[in-house]
Write a protein that binds this ligand. Structure first.
Ligand SMILES: Cc1cc2nc3c(=O)[nH]c(=O)nc-3n(C[C@H](O)[C@H](O)[C@H](O)COP(=O)(O)OP(=O)(O)OC[C@H]3O[C@@H](n4cnc5c(N)ncnc54)[C@H](O)[C@@H]3O)c2cc1C
Length: 406
């Protein structure tokens, strides 16, 4: 089959909050095209019917962003999947009109993140029906109008897990329990109290799902507590929530440097990847953050794209940044003194009364007391007002934590 070839000014991959917001800021500077593999634009919010997007539900929010991008003049193309690279800023696509090869002056990757399903989590047992991620649950209930089962277990206790509980209860499914291997839930206290006290869903902490049971349809999950006790919870549905991994296939195939912590492409504060002219924004950079935060990144990336189109040089060398255990990751992963910004930070375990220390070559650039409890699966925002103290010719800037008496 022949592949048609064309050029545009800016090509955006992914029409979720990050891609659509970037599009509405960039349209007007030239030909701006957004490619979306789904039949509709809007990304994940399309199937988040429970509110939580400012004053809007997810579908209302998705429609608003789509309208803004279209009115600004961006060309929104759905059912078009970007499959590979054919050059530094040239992408191959497939869609209803066949194969295309599109070259752009700037590319913005905004492909989001996906939840790791049961297979990626290596949960043993049979392969029955009734095993879902939260995204699959929401699509079953909200896009296809189907009841997913009658009695469910939710694996996870971060904010998206609580959203799964509300979706299940709203669809008339009893929720037998939430299960987390961590010692506490990781949601805002009001959400956790609402799930446990008002909706009566028990939370089993320090507990893992050891096996899935049942042939044809799930009949239960075997659970194991940290002290070795085991039990079986009867259920016909299990929802694995929250374990997000960036949709990083395109950055990987394009040879862009990926961060081992986030597993998304590394970027600098201007959302520049290691590929000249290639930017990245939204959940592709770090897994699940709230939609407004993905949209904000899309807007900031758009401002950087505009500077790039105006001829701003692509930075040759920047200072690498990394996080040390028990911190999981920090983003952005490269900095230059003189560029004001902030950092997103995640921890792998609960931290109580910890201090953050930022060092370069053993010299302390910054330290601060962290909130009383720092929670896994939820990001912290750290001001970068100390970045000018870093030596542009120095070594890696390292984020670490310490327990101090004050
Ligand atoms: C179950 C669930 C509930 C949530 N609830 C809330 C909430 O209540 N409030 C809130 O603020 N946030 C919520 N979030 C988070 C929010 O949905 C995300 O922060 C937001 O959608 C991220 O936007 P994004 O643009 O980075 O990615 P996405 O919304 O994931 O959009 C990425 C788009 O890229 C497309 N794409 C990927 N690869 C390709 C390709 N190769 N070619 C073409 N297109 C491609 C995808 O189809 C997708 O449409 C929730 C997330 C989940 C999973």
């Amino acid at each position: 089959m022949t592949r048609s070839e064309r050029t545009v000014d800016v090509l955006i991959v992914g029409a979720g909050p990050a891609g659509l917001t970037a599009a509405s800021r960039l349209a007007g500077v030239g030909a701006v095209e957004v490619l979306e593999r789904e039949a509709q634009t809007g990304g994940i919010p399309r199937h988040c019917h429970l509110g939580g997007f400012g004053l809007r539900t997810g579908p209302q929010y998705a429609r608003r962003l789509t309208g803004e991008a279209a009115r600004a003049g961006a060309r929104l193309r759905t059912s078009v999947t970007v499959t590979d690279w054919a050059g530094p800023r040239t992408l191959d696509t497939t869609g209803p009109h066949g194969l295309e090869r599109i070259t752009a002056r700037a590319v913005v990757l905004a492909t989001g993140a996906r939840e790791r399903p049961r297979s990626a989590r290596l949960v043993p047992g049979t392969r029955p029906a009734g095993v879902l991620t939260t995204g699959e649950l929401q699509q079953t209930v909200h896009l296809h109008g189907r009841r997913p089962g009658t009695r469910a277990v939710v694996v996870g206790a971060e904010p998206v897990a609580h959203s799964a509980v509300r979706t299940l209860l709203g669809a008339g499914v009893e929720v037998a329990a939430m299960v987390t291997d961590l010692p506490h839930h990781q949601a805002p206290p009001t959400d956790a109290a609402d799930t446990r006290l008002r909706r009566g869903v028990p939370l089993l902490t320090r507990t893992t799902v050891a096996e899935l049971l049942g042939r044809g349809r799930l009949s239960g999950v075997a659970i194991r507590h940290a002290d070795g006790r085991e039990a079986v919870i009867a259920c016909d549905t299990v929802v694995f929530t929250g374990d997000f991994v960036p949709e990083n296939e395109l950055p990987r195939r394009g040879g862009l440097l990926l961060d081992p912590g986030t597993r998304g492409p590394t970027v600098d504060p201007a959302f520049r990847t290691t590929g000249p002219g290639v930017f990245a924004a939204g959940n592709l950079l770090h897994g699940a953050e709230p939609a407004l935060s993905a949209a904000r990144e899309g807007a900031r990336a758009a401002a950087a794209v505009l500077r790039h189109l105006d001829g701003a040089p692509w930075p040759a060398e920047q200072i690498p940044v990394r996080a040390e255990d028990p911190l999981l990751w920090v983003a952005p992963q490269r900095i230059s003194p003189g560029s004001p910004h902030h950092f997103l930070l995640r921890t792998a375990q609960f931290l109580t009364r910890a201090h953050l220390v930022v060092r370069q070559d053993g010299r302390i650039l910054h330290h601060q007391r962290l909130p009383r409890t720092v929670v896994p699966n939820r990001s912290l925002t750290i001001s970068g007002n100390w970045v000018d103290r870093a030596d542009p010719r120095g070594g890696t800037v390292i984020f670490s934590t310490e327990q101090r008496s004050t």
